[in-house]
Design a protein around this ligand. Structure first.
Ligand code: F1P
Length: 584
């Protein structure tokens, strides 16, 4: 995990890096650091904590200089503390480096380097890299030394490194962790993602696996994994900086929930022609994803089975290699907002090793998953900054519904989606009132059936990740097989209860929990359910009952948001989590 950013040009580098780190904070926020190279010296400042307080207490902006690199950390090796914060400096204090990823062979390397006399100050895997560069540099010039060091690494890495030798050069490398170059006039950037550089340029060059790049204010050179100079395609993005900022909302999450009414049009415009042909050509389909994307995948599985008659199964990506048996005839559909999730990447690699074709649905252009997939559909949801996925879930669902709907008249049903989303959004004050009723509870249950069950799972995930309340979702019929023993007076049960074919059965489940004293919150457009519930949030009626997941999820996202805020939590930065999970 972690976020990295580097700059070389003529601006005050500490400003560029500090601003960039704020935008990268969603990738990790347990510690932060910056290193500015000036002539033959390096000014390194870092500490435990989030960007704003650390940048202020360590006075990041006091440092002048036009070349710098910075890092926000999500701890994997070693607790979050000042010593383990990046960047890392070598024994001679002239080489500095920041890393995102996991160096798998770090302990062997560390032993060798220690024997050679290097002194380490942290418990991290990353620190070995700077000492490796230092060791190699005794024998060769900086670029060659950097290349030689990178060749010794096993695992995943996006690296930024500089040597304080007056050459004002930034060395970059990537393998299995994202790194994008930003190309400006008389200046160059490199960062884990595009929004971190969007204030300065709209031209970007995503690096490929194994690439090494050398940046100076005059431009850049890329070398491929064999050390040969290579040309990489540049892209121009249309996103405005505003799309990556809060736009007047108190939190990114609320902005992104509200964004959905706009972005769903973009997602519904995704080109699924080739993807649809792939689905048509396969009878057995395995869907792999994690977290929120897994819930979207579960919706896809239901639609593929019910509407297209396929043998479809949804798998948690990290489990896939241990429980599935894909082959040449299997189509694997991987769903990942970031396109970088290590668990999903590993599952895709496993499927490819078995000869399966891979179709991926992702939001991030040129992300790692796009490079190993046979076909890609982009979600077109724009950047999502809040750690909790909201608009990208809806975008995944929109693309999924388009994928399973036949072209032409088959797609007419999709036209109702944007207005269902808007009508759900209009319930915000009712939702806030319900949030106030449940914000001080300990355990909260969600129930649903059919397509409403994955929505209930996603509602429970949203609530637990940003409010720290214990929330579980059950298919309505499962309650009596165990969980019913947890229901007692006042325990909230949130019933996702639209007027669809599953409602008569779910109604019975609502009665079961009511009889045991539960406080029932119903999302419903049904009169009888409304009368049975303690409180209800109106669902806009959907002419096509399969579309209910769209208004349902908006309501559950807003509910989680308001509970989080009422509990005094920052919903954009939940503890222990990060947006892009690049460790297995
Ligand atoms: C999967 C995921 C997200 C979740 C969190 C951690 O990411 O589980 O759904 O919100 O940020 O990662 P992705 O593969 O969809 O990018």
């Amino acid at each position: 995990m972690c976020g990295i950013i580097g700059y070389v040009g003529s601006r005050k580098a500490s400003e560029v890096i500090t601003e960039g780190l704020k935008r990268l904070e969603y990738r990790g926020y347990d510690s932060v650091g910056i290193a500015v190279a000036q002539g033959n010296s390096i000014d390194l400042r870092k500490d435990k904590g989030m960007v704003n307080p650390v940048a202020e207490s360590m006075r990041f902006l006091d440092v002048s200089g036009t070349l710098a690199l910075g890092h926000v950390r999500w701890a994997t090796h070693g607790v979050p503390c000042k010593e383990n914060a990046h960047p890392f400096i070598d024994c001679t204090r002239t080489i500095v480096l920041a890393h995102n990823g996991v160096i798998e062979n770090y302990s062997e390397l560390k032993d060798e380097l220690k024997k050679a006399g290097h002194r380490f100050s942290s418990e991290t895997d990353s620190e070995v890299v700077v000492h490796l560069v230092e060791e190699e540099r005794k024998k060769m010039p900086p670029l060659k030394a950097f290349m030689a060091a990178v060749r010794k690494l096993k695992g995943s890495y996006a690296l930024l490194c500089t040597v304080a030798d007056g050459a004002e050069t930034l060395y970059c490398a990537r393998r299995n962790s994202p790194l994008v170059l930003g190309v400006g006039k008389g200046e160059m950037f490199a960062a884990s993602d595009i929004p971190a550089m969007l204030a300065y340029t709209k031209t970007f060059v995503p690096l490929e696996e194994g690439d090494i790049a050398v940046l100076s204010r005059n431009g850049y050179k890329v070398y491929d994994a064999n050390g040969k100079e290579a040309v990489r395609k540049s892209i121009t993005v249309e996103w405005s900086l505003d799309m990556a900022e809060k736009g007047g909302y108190p939190h990114f999450m609320l902005k992104e929930i509200n964004d959905q009414k706009h972005f769903v049009h973009e997602s519904l415009a995704a080109d699924v022609t080739n993807a649809r042909a792939m689905v048509a050509g396969h009878e057995a389909i395995d869907i792999i994803a994690c977290g929120t994307s897994y819930h979207a995948g579960t919706i896809l599985k239901i639609l593929l089975s019910r509407e297209l008659g396929k043998r479809a199964e949804a798998f948690i990506a990290s489990e896939y290699p241990f429980v599935a048996n894909p082959g040449k005839k299997t189509l694997v559909i991987a769903i990942s907002q970031s396109g970088e999730t290590a668990d999903t990447m590993q599952a895709v690699k496993f499927a490819k090793s078995r000869g399966s074709k891979v179709l991926s649905l992702t939001n991030v252009v040129d992300s790692s998953i796009t490079r190993i997939s046979d076909e890609v559909v982009y979600l077109n949801a724009g950047p999502e900054i809040s750690v909790a996925a909201t608009k990208t879930f809806t975008s995944q669902a929109a693309v999924i519904y388009k994928l399973v709907s036949n072209p032409g008249p088959g797609q007419e049903r999709l036209a109702a989606i944007p207005s269902l989303i808007e009508k759900a959004m209009a319930q915000e004050s009712a939702i806030r009132a319900v949030a106030a009723k449940i914000a001080d509870k300990k355990d909260i249950f969600f129930i649903g059936r059919g397509l409403n069950y994955p929505v209930a799972m996603e509602g429970a995930l949203k609530l637990k990740e940003i409010s720290y309340l214990h929330a579980e979702a059950y298919a309505g019929g499962e309650l009596k097989h165990g969980p019913l023993s947890l229901i007692e007076k006042g325990v909230p049960v949130i019933a996702v209860a639209p007027k669809d074919e599953s409602l008569p059965k779910l109604f019975g489940n609502i009665k079961e929990v009511k009889a045991r004293g539960a406080y029932v919150v119903a999302l419903t457009d049904d009169e009888a359910v409304r009368n049975e519930a303690d409180v209800s949030i109106p669902l806009p009626p959907a002419a096509d009952a399969t579309l209910y997941p769209f208004p349902e999820i908006i309501i559950l996202q807003l509910l989680a948001y308001h509970v989080s805020v009422l509990r005094g939590i920052n919903p954009d930065r939940p503890r222990n989590l990060a947006k892009s999970v690049t460790v297995e």
